[in-house]
Design a protein around this ligand. Sequence first.
Ligand code: GLY
Length: 349
Amino acid sequence: MNFINPIYYGVEGIKEINKYIQSYHPSKIVFLVDENTHELCYPKIITEIESSAEIEILEIDSGEHNKNLYICINLWEALTELKIDRKALLINVGGGVLTDMGGFVANCYKRGIPFINIPTTLLAMVDASIGGKTGVDLGSHKNQIGNFVLPQLVHVDVGFLTTLPTEQILSGFAEIIKHGLIADKKYWEEIIRLDDRNPDYLEPLIKTSIEIKKKVVSNDFTESGLRKILNFGHTVGHAVESFFLENNTPILHGEGVAMGMIVESYISMKKGFLSYPEYEEIKLYISSLYPKLNLKKDYFDDIFSFMQNDKKNVNREIKFVLLEKIGQAVYDISVEKELIKEAIYLYIE
Ligand code: GLY
């Protein structure tokens, strides 16, 4: 089965949203925004939407700690109070937290209303908003509750990136690096040549990354096999992110993934896949962009325990995505605890 996310760029995206609205005739259009996208992105979008449908705006607070079922309940209650029916359309305007949670809220409300994603962060553009993964965290366990459901379409407007702080750009850039490492050596070389990450220079990379993700997702929508490669760097990265979230010192997703890619590249090398020079190349490049995370060896047991809950595990074995070489990944590889510890200790030292 072929699942392709319809993704449109710039003015094309707005045209397609208007076309969809004209053919669907939603009873109401509900915009889900956070305090930043309400102020910086919504005003532009609303002037471009052509519809006589009544508009409602729901605002949530930004931040990973708000990506939970309690906020979903608030949103379902708000939708109910507003008497939103099944013919309504939800338009998510925000980063990965918002598009993940908005898709989940839409898909569960009255057994599902259609939604559109307008990602406003680099992370959401190249990863979270496309591919149909929706959901929320459970406590500090990332994306523990959720489902696979596609938005009607995704509208990518790189202009929104000018509103983003540098650390948010870097956070999303980690997913771009991941795409080069798992799928395309030439793309990796293009990525490491880039020394200016302002939105104009990023646009071609965003398109390539989206194409890589689309190709993978089209082959394995519900992640029974190949799609797992999109989790390179995430087994360790998610665990570290969860650890910091639990300790009330949250880090950005991309910071966890960047660290995870260094650690998992080391494991790839020690497992006999990746060559030493390629490991060094990856480690040096990623370390040159991302500050070292403030980790201590004492934290290992807690981090490992988060890894034991990773969604890719089978029969209580932690399964990794590893690199065979730059541009090619393998998945479902068991890695022993001692090697994981060695790799994380090396990162800390
Ligand atoms: N973020 C990984 C995936 O969508 O599969």
